[in-house]
Design a protein around this ligand. Structure first.
Ligand code: HEM
Ligand SMILES: [Cu+2]
Length: 455
């Protein structure tokens, strides 16, 4: 199933690349594919690119679905012997919850996409208001998927952060169960907020209020998780190695993304901010931490486990600061520009001179320069990655549940041999768990998991 998922994903990737070279070029309907722009080649001028894009996206979703089923069944059926649900590493739980949310949200979108394909290819009028169709139907189907999807990508990244900060603050994760339950809650609530993307699409203001309330509610579990991470750090023996820097940066930067989401989620402010650079800054403060910061945290953290060598710390830190500082210099100006009314879809003011704000030009220049600097610093990572593969410091053998990082034991991965193991010696003294067996280098001490509280 894993391979099938990969192969379908591969075909989808090929199709999307091919779509760039067909007559008319790649899809001209923007990423949200709103009809009528997306439904007719008369508007998007991409008669081949549009259906190819849709088919590629549909195939990608099939691949995701297969992958998700695989993750869920693997966790249900192929856990280490004796590992109960409350001992599963938080990262693994997050992947499972994300897979469930994805499966539950994708159905309406696939149905919508098939109707869109019919409109494009067969001349049906599902979304054509002239023939009795409704373009807003697409927006509902799209965002019913679209908002849960942001949590599908968020949760695994939160899982990575949780794993990293526990190791580098030498503590058990604070409120493991609460984090788990609130992740489930987030997944459920994420199905009730979608119309916050449609406040200016003519929805009934009473309905808009309702979605404002649900959107404000969904911030609560996310805030709670952030507090749990801070509580994990509190009193810990914190070591600022590269993966930890990324994990801490995740918390700080995502916080800005989450908080600005509240301004957008309140219908009164969103009517002004919608389609401005404020939205662009918001989603980069959420997606950048998720995809890039979380990605670097995971890569630098698990590099020794994957390749048996460490990445260079100095280069890692240079890359970290060379990415994080420019990142903020790109997107803080975008918040200011957006609040000043800059439209997100105008790339040149040639035809809109009345909307141009020359007084803010320095912010645009600053953001552009910062982007170039940030991109240049990525070569440091590339160099460090390739060099470390061959010449990185060799990692000592991992035994008895130690991690490659300062020999800290991995916690919560676990099972078996309960009685032999004294409560949480491993966690407290930072030595290997005495009674633990090793499964792929993970400790097998259940007391490490549950014993923290008892110890
Ligand atoms: C999980 C992390 C999040 C991600 C990845 C994310 C991503 C995005 C993206 C990509 C958009 C732009 C969609 C477009 O192209 O129109 C957006 C808009 C929006 N986000 Fe978020 N978001 C996240 C969290 C939040 C939170 C926590 C809230 C509210 C509490 C929120 C509220 C909104 C609202 C209301 C909009 C619509 C703004 C508008 O178009 O006027 N988001 N988000
Ligand atoms: Cu949303």
């Amino acid at each position: 199933m894993n391979r099938l998922s990969y192969q379908i994903f591969f075909v989808s990737a090929v199709l999307i690349l091919v779509s760039l070279f067909v007559p008319g070029g790649g899809f001209g309907g923007a990423w949200t594919a709103y009809p009528p722009l997306s439904a007719s080649a008369q508007f998007n001028h991409t008669p081949w690119g549009a259906p190819l894009w849709l088919i590629a996206v549909a195939l990608e979703f099939v691949a995701f679905l297969l992958g998700g089923i695989n993750f869920i069944t693997t966790v249900m059926n192929a856990r280490a012997p004796g590992m109960g649900p409350m001992q599963i590493p938080i990262f693994v739980w997050m992947v499972v919850i994300a897979s469930i949310v994805f499966m539950a949200s994708v159905g309406p979108l696939v149905a919508g996409a098939i109707m869109l394909l019919f409109d494009q290819l067969l001349g049906t009028h599902f979304y054509d208001p002239k023939a009795g169709g409704d373009p807003l139907l697409w927006q509902h189907l799209f965002w019913f998927f679209g908002h849960p999807e942001v949590y599908v990508v968020l949760l695994p990244a939160l899982g990575v952060v949780a794993e990293v900060i526990t190791v580098f603050s030498r503590k058990k994760l604070f409120a493991y169960k609460t984090i788990l339950y609130t992740s489930f809650a987030t997944g459920v609530i994420s199905f009730f907020v979608w119309a916050h993307h449609q406040f200016v699409a003519g929805i009934d203001p009473r309905m808009a209020h309702l979605f404002t309330i649900t959107t404000l509610i969904i911030s609560i579990p996310i805030a709670e998780m952030t507090f749990a991470f801070i509580a994990t750090l509190y009193g810990g023996s914190i070591e600022l190695r590269t993966p930890m820097l990324w994990a801490l940066a995740f918390i700080a930067e995502f916080l800005i993304g989450g908080v600005t989401g509240i301004f957008l989620g309140a219908n009164a402010t969103d009517i002004y901010l919608h389609d401005s650079y404020f939205v662009v800054a918001h989603f980069h403060y959420t997606f950048f931490p998720i995809a890039i910061i979380g990605g670097f945290a995971a890569l630098t953290f698990w590099f020794p486990k994957m390749f048996g060598r460490h990445m260079n710390e100095t280069l890692g830190k240079i890359h970290f600061w060379g990415t994080i500082i420019p990142f903020n210099l790109i997107f803080i100006p975008l918040f200011i520009l957006g609040a000043a009314g800059e439209h997100r879809r105008i790339y040149s003011y040639e035809h809109f001179s009345q909307l141009f704000t020359p007084g803010l030009q320095h912010l645009r220049v600053l953001a552009t320069l910062a982007l170039v600097v940030m991109l240049l610093f990525q070569f440091v990572f590339l160099y460090n990655f390739i060099r470390s593969l061959f010449a990185g410091k060799k990692q000592r053998r991992i035994r008895g549940g130690r991690t490659p990082w300062s020999g800290l034991p991995l916690r919560r991965h676990h099972t078996g041999t309960l009685r032999k193991c004294r409560p949480c010696i491993a966690v407290r003294t930072n030595t290997a768990c005495p009674g633990g067996r090793s499964i792929f280098g993970l400790s097998t001490c259940r007391n490490e998991l549950q014993g923290g509280a008892k110890a």
